[in-house]
Design a protein around this ligand. Structure first.
Ligand code: S3P
Length: 441
């Protein structure tokens, strides 16, 4: 089977209700925290994508029993000190920054050195951002080029609490230190630039000793050593970062509408909704509820008559950090010039996404001006593509693949998009849902 897809036709109008798989960030957190709980945790709608399967594989290697049957995943937690494994353990985080960085925090008390490896993309990413704060607990790290995977960490049984100022707005760094803080004697204090707060909400729901003070630009988090975590029975809500591709497809199509059911709409995740509303798109959230601390809702989107350009406030960046590639596509169809700035973090993802976003727009014939951390997009509401576009060698970044599919279905042209397996990372049923929308009469 060729691992590329060819798309030659725009999608026709659609009007559908869809279900998107479970949230990736929450799924990985549930797996890791359940593994050190005392007793059996159960999850429904856990995302069964490669990043989460790698997380399950990682905890199995640490001596944790995992049973997946139909749509239920059971984790037989071994307690906060209960991991059992041999010397020379290697954990493969594959493509997942979240797994690699969060598990480093959990493993700070490892009695034997542990090696963490990853795939080509993850091996290019910065792990000093977690090894640096985690070392202050008393752990030692050896990293390739002092920065990258593979890394070897040697834990300590005498862990001191730390003070950490997280300035990048990285939930992975913040969460890694929070998880480390569960094992260090005393009070770990984190001042963190706003970012997704699923770890904090889950620990709060579990009544663990975590305190959060929300300030205007930062959160102040205090976490104390924990002896016992109760098991977590959880129904994982759908992932807005996966839903974003269908929100974008609806915005870029004519006379279409979509309902996406049961999505996590945590305020730290809905930057795309705030940005699109500023661009004149009507998006409604309904059936709102709070589930175990996390806000959930159904999302309704209708194709707008026109899209306004935006000078995007940087304070919305962190809440939309995984959605910028599709937001750029929408800006390409807006009336006027859009500007997105302070996006340094975007080039530090599974691929350098600011570069890839710019590259896709250029191939589409859209005028852009970029700097190393910003992009100006000259929108054209009449944008149509009539040429062949090839998307390849993009480090198999799942979001580059899915963005290219949305562009092909929205703007036309003949798209040859390589490495379609990339969707396995976060959204294995992506192309199936596209087919459901395509087949609608
Ligand atoms: C994630 C945090 C974000 C995000 C990633 C998932 C998480 O990364 O881009 O897809 O689950 O904590 P950073 O922490 O690097 O911003």
């Amino acid at each position: 089977m060729p691992n590329k897809i060819i798309l030659k036709k725009k999608i026709s109008r659609f009007n559908k209700k869809i279900f998107i798989p479970g949230d990736k960030s929450i799924s990985i957190r549930w797996v890791l925290i359940s593994s050190i709980a005392d007793g059996v945790s159960k999850a429904k709608n856990l995302l069964m994508s490669e990043d989460v399967l790698a997380s399950l594989e990682a905890i199995r290697k640490l001596g944790v029993r995992v049973v997946v049957k139909k749509d239920i995943c059971k984790i037989y937690g071994v307690g906060i000190k209960g991991y059992k494994y041999k010397k020379n353990l290697v954990i493969n985080a594959k493509n997942s920054g979240t797994l690699g960085r969060l598990i480093s925090g959990i493993l700070i008390d490892t009695p034997f050195p542990i090696k963490i490896i990853g795939d080509e993309s993850l091996s290019k990413r910065d792990f000093r951002r977690v090894s640096k704060p985690l070392s202050k607990f008393g752990v030692s790290f050896k990293l390739r080029n002092k920065c990258n995977l593979p890394l070897i960490m040697s834990g300590s049984q005498k862990l001191k609490p730390i003070k950490f100022f997280e300035k990048k707005g990285s939930a992975q760094c913040k969460s890694s230190v929070i998880l480390g803080g569960l094992k260090a004697d005393g009070k770990t204090i984190i001042k963190a630039k706003k970012s997704r707060n699923h770890t904090e909400l889950l620990l709060k729901y579990l009544k663990l000793p975590i305190k959060i003070k929300e300030k205007k630009n930062f959160d102040l988090i205090e976490i104390k050593k924990v002896n016992k975590i109760k098991p977590i029975i959880y129904q994982v809500p759908s992932d807005i970062s996966s839903g974003a591709f269908f929100i974008a497809l609806t915005v870029l199509s004519k006379n279409s509408q979509i309902i996406i059911k049961n999505v996590n709409v945590n305020s730290t995740r809905i930057g795309i909704i705030s940005i699109l509303r500023k661009m004149g798109v009507k998006i409604l959230l309904f059936n709102k509820k709070i589930y175990k601390g996390e806000p959930i809702a159904d999302i309704f989107v209708r194709s707008p008559k026109k899209i306004k350009s935006i000078n995007c406030p940087s304070k919305l960046n962190s809440g939309a950090i995984d959605e910028f590639l599709v937001i750029f596509l929408i800006a390409a169809k807006a009336e006027g010039i859009s500007f997105f700035k302070n996006l340094d973090e975007l080039n530090k993802k599974e691929s350098p996404r600011l570069k890839w976003g710019s590259k896709i727009l250029k191939l589409m014939g859209v005028k852009i001006i970029t700097t190393k951390n910003s992009i100006k997009i000259f929108g054209n509401p009449q944008l149509e593509i009539n040429k062949k576009i090839v998307i390849e060698k993009y480090l198999k970044d799942h979001r580059v693949f899915m963005t290219s599919v949305i562009a092909a279905l929205s703007f036309g042209g003949e798209w040859h998009i390589h490495d379609k397996d990339a969707v396995q990372t976060s959204f294995p049923s992506f192309l199936k849902i596209i087919d459901i929308l395509k087949n609608e009469k």
